[in-house]
Design a protein around this ligand. Structure first.
Ligand code: NAG
Ligand code: NAG
Ligand code: NAG
Ligand code: NAG
Ligand code: NAG
Ligand code: NAG
Ligand code: NAG
Length: 818
C-alpha cells in the first residue's frame, strides 16, 4: 500500500513537472520578454518563434519555424539584415507599443518601427497557429502589426500576397541570399500594378523582370493553365479598391505546404511535407520551361514550346532584324508587316495565349467585349484587347498599349486576345486563307485518287487471304465457319520454335493455359499461348479470343500474330514482350526503381487508351474482365500493352451490361457488383483500372478482399489518406524526387473515382483518358467499393515499405448454379 501511494505521488509529481516544463506560451505582454533559448509556441503547436542560427552560420536571428516537423524550416525572419553575434538577443514590447529586438548593449537590432503612431492599451504579442505573429491591442483586439504583412521568402496558407491599398502595405517576397544567410537576396516576388491597370505578379532578379504570372483571369493566372481546383488547397485572387492580393487556403489543415522563393535555383517553389518520409517534396515550381523566361522572344514575339525555333513572330509581324532572328537572337523582337492606320484598323483574334505583360494596360471589370473593342479601336495606341474575366461567357475589359511583350502559346488552357491589325493586313490574311483552302482541296483530290488505288490493292489482298482461309476451313474438321482472317502456323513450326514447349521457355501461366517463348526460323521472337486441353470451356474461349483479337489493332494491345488449330492443340501466337509484365516491375524492390514517375505515367496513359479502345473505339464493345498488372505487358521501350482477352465478351453496340453465371477475374481487381452478382460492364473494367492505378502509384498489391484478417486493403488506405488530406502519402517511396506531384495527385483522384461503389458513379474510360490529359476539375469521389472500415487506423501504420512476403495472385473462376 505504502509503495503504491508513493508511486502515485511520484506520478503526480512527474505529471506536474511535465505540465510545467511543457506548458508553452503563445503570447507575451510588455512586462515579459523572449530571450535567446526561450520561445513562443502557437496554441495548437504548429509554429514556434525564437532565436536560431541558419545552416552553418553562427549568427543569431529571430524567426518563426514549424514546430511539428523535425526538419527545421524557417518561414519568417525578423532581423534579416542585422544578425546578433551572440546569445544576448531579447525581444520585447516597449512602452510605446513597438516590438523591439535588442542585443547585449541595448542597441536596437530590429523593430516594428511603429513608434508612437498608435496608442495601444495592454498590447499583446501572440504567435498564431497560422504562423502569423500578431501585435495587437489587448482591449480592442485590433491588430497593430503582423508578420504576414512583412513576409520573408515564404508564402504560407492564409497569407495575402499583394497590396493593401488603404494601409499602403505592399507585401513582397524576397529570397534568402543562401541557406546560411537569410539576408535579402536579389530574387523577389510580388504583385505590380499601376492605377487602373490589369494587375499581375512578377518575379524579379535584381531589377530585371524574370518571370510573370500573367494577369488573373477570374479562374487562374493567365500564364498558369495548370493552376486549377485541387483537393489540397483553394486559391483566390482579390482585386478591388482596397486590396489586390493572391491567397491560398488549405482544404484540411493537417496538410503542410508552403511556397518559397529560392535564390539558388532561381525559382518559386511549392513544397508539401511528406510525413511518412520526413521530407519536403517539390509540388510545383516556376519558371517551368524555356518559354517562361521573361520576354524571351522580344516585342510582339510568341513563344511556342513545341516550335522550332521556340520563338515566332505573331501572325502579321516579322522579325525586326531578320539576320539576328535567324541566329536565334530574338531580343529585338518583331515589327508589323503593314503599318497601322488607326481608325481604319481591325482586330485579329489569337487563341491559347498567355496574355502580354500588363505594365501598359488598362482594365475595367464592368465593360462588355463589344465596348472593349470600341474603346480600343478609338485609341490609336491601343494594340490589343480581351475580356479581363473569362468565367462564363467572359466579362470585363483589358486593353494593352504599345508593344506586346512576353506572350507565349499553350497547347491548351490559354486565352483569346484580339490584336490590332491594319485593314490591308486583314485582307491579305484572308487571301492567305483562301490560298490554303485551295491547296487543301487540291491535295484532297490527289489523296482520294491514291486511296482509290490503295483500296484496289487491299481488295485484292483480302481476296487472297479469303482464299487462304477457305483452305484452312476445309482442313478444319470441327466445321468452324468463322472467318478468322489470321495467318495459321503449323504445330510443327511452333513446336520447333519453342524447343518442343521446353519448360525453360515457359513464360507463365495465362488464364487458360501456359505461355511459352519461341523463336521462329527468321529470328522473330514470339509468345505462344497454349490452350490447356483439359479445360472444358477452352474451345469456346479460344474461338472467342481469336475472332476478337484478330480484329483489334491498337498500340496498347498485344498483337496477335497467328494461331494454330491442329489435332487437339489450340494455340495463339502473340508478339513477344521482352520486358514481361508490369507486376514484375512495380512489386519488385529493385526493378521498381527503373520505373520513375514519367515512365509510370506513360504506362498509365497507355493502359487507359488501350482500355478505352476496347470499350468504345473498336467496332465491338469489349469488356476485358481480367485487367490486372500481370496482364499488362511491356515492350522494349516500356510501352504498355494489354494482354489476355481470353475472357473478354463482346456485345452489340447498345448492350451495356451483362450477367454471367461464370465469374472470371482476379480477387483484388474485381468490382463488387461483378464479384457478388456476376454483373459486368465496362464499368467493372473501370474499377479494375482504378485498382491498377493505385498499385502503380503505391507500388503495393491490392489484396484479396474476402479474407477476414485483411484489413490492409489498398482501396481502404487510399480512401482514408484522401479524406485525411494526405493522399500523397500513398506514393511509392522509390519514386522519390521523380514525381510531378500534381500529376500523381490527379491519378490518385481518378483512381478513387474509378473504384467508387456504384458503377454509374464511375467515369467511362474515355473520361479517364480525358481526365489524365487535361486540367479540368474532377468531382469529389464517393465511398469506394470494397472499402473496409474495420480498422480506420491503418493509415497511420502505412509505411511505404515493400511487402517481403509475396501474396500469390490467383485467377479464379467461380461456377455458380443459377
Ligand atoms: C556583429 O559583429 C559584426 C562584425 O564584428 C558587426 O559588424 C555587427 O555590427 C555586430 N552585430 C551586432 C548586432 O552586434
Ligand atoms: C553596440 O553594438 C553596436 C553594433 O555592433 C556597436 O556599433 C556599438 O558600438 C555597441 N555599443 C556599445 C556601447 O558597445
Ligand atoms: C519603441 O521602439 C520604437 C522603435 O524602435 C522607437 O521608435 C520608440 O521610440 C520606442 N519607444 C520607447 C518609449 O522607447
Ligand atoms: C533551393 O534550391 C536548392 C537547389 O535546388 C535546394 O538545395 C535548396 O534546398 C532550396 N532551398 C529552399 C529554401 O528550398
Ligand atoms: C467602367 O465601365 C463602366 C461601364 O462602361 C463605366 O460606367 C465606368 O465608369 C468605367 N470605369 C472606369 C474607371 O472607367
Ligand atoms: C489612349 O490611351 C492612352 C493610354 O491609356 C492614353 O494615355 C491616351 O490619352 C489615350 N488617347 C486617347 C485619344 O484617348
Ligand atoms: C483532416 O485530416 C484529419 C487528420 O488527417 C482528419 O482527422 C480530419 O477528419 C480531416 N478533416 C476533414 C474536414 O477532412
Amino acid at each position: 500500500m505504502g509503495t503504491l501511494s508513493f508511486i502515485s505521488i511520484l506520478n503526480c509529481l512527474l505529471f506536474l513537472f511535465f505540465k510545467v516544463s511543457f506548458a508553452a506560451v503563445d503570447s507575451i505582454t510588455p512586462s515579459q520578454s523572449i530571450s535567446d533559448g526561450s520561445t513562443l509556441v502557437s496554441k495548437e503547436g504548429s509554429f514556434e518563434l525564437g532565436f536560431f542560427s541558419p545552416g552553418s552560420s553562427k549568427k543569431r536571428y529571430l524567426g518563426i519555424w514549424y514546430k511539428n516537423i523535425p526538419v527545421q524550416t524557417v518561414v519568417w525572419v525578423a532581423n534579416r539584415l542585422n544578425p546578433i553575434n551572440d546569445s544576448s538577443g531579447l525581444l520585447m514590447i516597449n512602452r510605446t507599443s513597438s516590438l523591439v529586438l535588442m542585443s547585449n548593449n541595448k542597441s536596437v537590432v530590429w523593430s516594428t518601427g511603429l513608434g508612437t503612431q498608435i496608442q495601444a492599451n495592454n498590447p499583446v504579442l501572440q504567435l498564431l497557429d497560422s504562423g502569423n505573429l500578431v501585435l495587437k491591442d489587448g482591449n480592442s483586439g485590433i491588430s497593430l502589426w503582423e508578420s504576414f504583412d512583412y513576409p520573408s521568402d515564404t508564402l504560407l496558407p492564409g497569407m495575402k500576397m499583394g497590396w493593401d491599398l488603404r494601409k499602403g502595405i505592399k507585401r513582397r517576397f524576397t529570397a534568402w541570399r543562401s541557406p546560411d544567410d537569410p539576408s535579402p537576396g536579389d530574387f523577389t516576388y510580388g504583385i505590380e500594378m499601376q492605377p487602373h491597370s490589369y494587375p499581375e505578379a512578377y518575379i524579379r532578379k535584381g531589377n530585371k523582370k524574370f518571370y510573370r504570372t500573367g494577369p488573373w483571369n477570374g479562374l487562374r493566372y493567365s500564364g498558369s493553365p495548370e493552376l486549377k481546383p485541387n483537393p489540397l488547397y483553394a486559391f483566390d485572387f482579390v482585386s478591388n479598391d482596397d486590396e489586390v492580393y493572391y491567397i491560398y487556403n488549405l482544404v484540411n489543415n493537417s496538410l503542410i505546404t508552403r511556397i518559397v522563393l529560392n535564390q539558388t535555383s532561381s525559382s518559386r517553389e511549392r513544397y508539401t511535407w511528406i510525413e511518412a518520409e520526413n521530407v519536403w517534396r517539390l509540388y510545383s515550381s516556376v519558371p517551368r520551361d524555356y518559354c517562361d523566361n521573361y520576354g524571351l522572344c522580344g516585342a510582339n514575339g510568341n513563344c511556342i514550346l513545341s516550335g522550332s525555333p521556340v520563338c515566332q513572330c505573331l501572325e502579321g509581324f516579322e522579325p525586326k532584324s531578320q539576320e539576328k532572328w535567324s541566329l536565334m537572337d530574338w531580343s529585338q523582337g518583331c515589327v508589323r508587316n503593314k503599318p497601322l492606320s488607326c481608325h481604319k484598323d481591325g482586330f485579329v483574334k489569337f487563341n491559347e495565349l498567355k496574355l502580354p505583360d500588363t505594365t501598359n494596360s488598362w482594365a475595367n471589370k464592368s465593360m462588355s467585349l463589344k465596348e472593349c473593342r470600341d474603346k480600343c479601336l478609338n485609341n490609336c495606341s491601343c494594340m490589343a484587347y480581351t475580356n479581363s474575366d473569362i468565367r462564363g461567357e467572359g466579362s470585363g475589359c483589358a486593353l494593352w498599349f504599345g508593344d506586346l511583350v512576353d506572350i507565349r502559346q499553350f497547347p491548351a488552357g490559354g486565352q483569346e486576345l484580339y490584336i490590332r491589325m491594319s485593314a490591308s493586313e486583314i485582307e491579305s490574311k484572308k487571301g492567305r486563307r483562301m490560298k490554303r483552302a485551295v491547296i487543301v482541296a487540291v491535295s484532297l483530290a490527289v489523296v482520294s485518287g491514291m486511296l482509290l488505288i490503295i483500296g484496289f490493292y487491299i481488295c485484292r489482298s483480302r481476296t487472297k487471304l479469303r482464299e487462304r482461309n477457305e483452305v484452312v476451313r476445309h482442313q478444319n474438321n470441327e466445321g468452324q465457319n468463322e472467318d478468322l482472317e489470321l495467318p495459321f502456323l503449323d504445330l510443327s513450326t511452333i513446336a520447333s520454335a519453342t524447343d518442343n514447349f521446353e519448360i525453360n521457355n515457359k513464360l507463365g501461366e495465362g488464364g487458360f493455359g501456359p505461355v511459352y517463348k519461341g523463336i521462329l526460323k527468321d529470328g522473330q521472337e514470339i509468345a505462344v499461348k497454349r490452350l490447356s486441353t483439359s479445360s472444358g470451356q477452352g474451345l469456346n474461349e479460344f474461338k472467342n479470343e481469336v475472332r476478337l483479337i484478330a480484329k483489334l489493332q491498337h498500340r496498347n494491345l498485344v498483337k496477335l500474330l497467328a494461331c494454330c488449330i491442329q489435332e487437339e492443340e489450340k494455340m495463339l501466337v502473340y508478339e513477344y514482350m521482352p520486358n514481361k509484365s508490369l507486376d514484375s516491375f512495380i512489386f519488385d524492390q529493385t526493378k521498381s526503381k527503373m520505373l520513375d514517375w514519367s515512365k509510370r505515367f506513360h504506362i498509365i496513359c497507355g493502359i487507359a487508351r488501350g482500355l478505352q479502345y476496347l470499350h468504345q473505339d473498336s467496332r465491338l464493345r469489349i469488356i476485358h474482365r481480367d485487367l490486372k498488372a500481370s496482364n499488362v505487358l511491356l515492350d522494349s521501350e516500356m510501352n504498355p500493352k494489354i494482354s489476355d482477352f481470353g475472357m473478354a465478351r463482346t456485345f452489340g453496340g447498345d448492350q451495356l451490361e451483362g450477367n454471367t453465371n461464370r465469374v472470371v477475374g482476379t480477387y483484388g481487381y474485381m468490382a463488387p457488383e461483378y464479384a457478388f452478382d456476376g454483373q459486368f460492364s465496362t464499368k467493372s473494367d473501370v474499377f479494375s483500372f482504378g485498382i491498377l492505378l493505385l498499385e502503380i502509384i503505391s507500388g503495393k498489391k491490392s489484396r484479396g478482399f474476402y479474407h477476414p484478417n485483411h484489413s490492409h486493403n489498398l482501396i481502404g488506405i487510399a480512401w482514408i489518406l484522401w479524406n485525411k488530406g494526405r493522399p500523397l502519402d500513398l506514393i511509392d517511396e522509390c519514386l522519390g524526387e521523380t514525381c510531378t506531384l500534381s500529376e500523381v495527385l490527379r491519378c490518385i483522384h481518378l483512381s478513387l473515382l474509378c473504384v467508387q461503389q456504384r458503377p454509374e458513379d464511375r467515369p467511362s474510360m474515355s473520361s479517364v483518358v480525358v481526365g489524365l490529359g487535361s486540367e479540368s476539375a474532377l468531382p469529389q469521389p464517393k465511398k469506394p467499393g470494397f472499402f473496409l472500415e474495420k480498422d480506420s487506423n491503418v493509415a497511420h501504420g502505412f509505411s511505404s515499405k515493400h511487402e517481403s512476403s509475396s501474396t500469390n495472385e490467383v485467377t479464379i473462376t467461380i461456377l455458380e448454379a443459377r
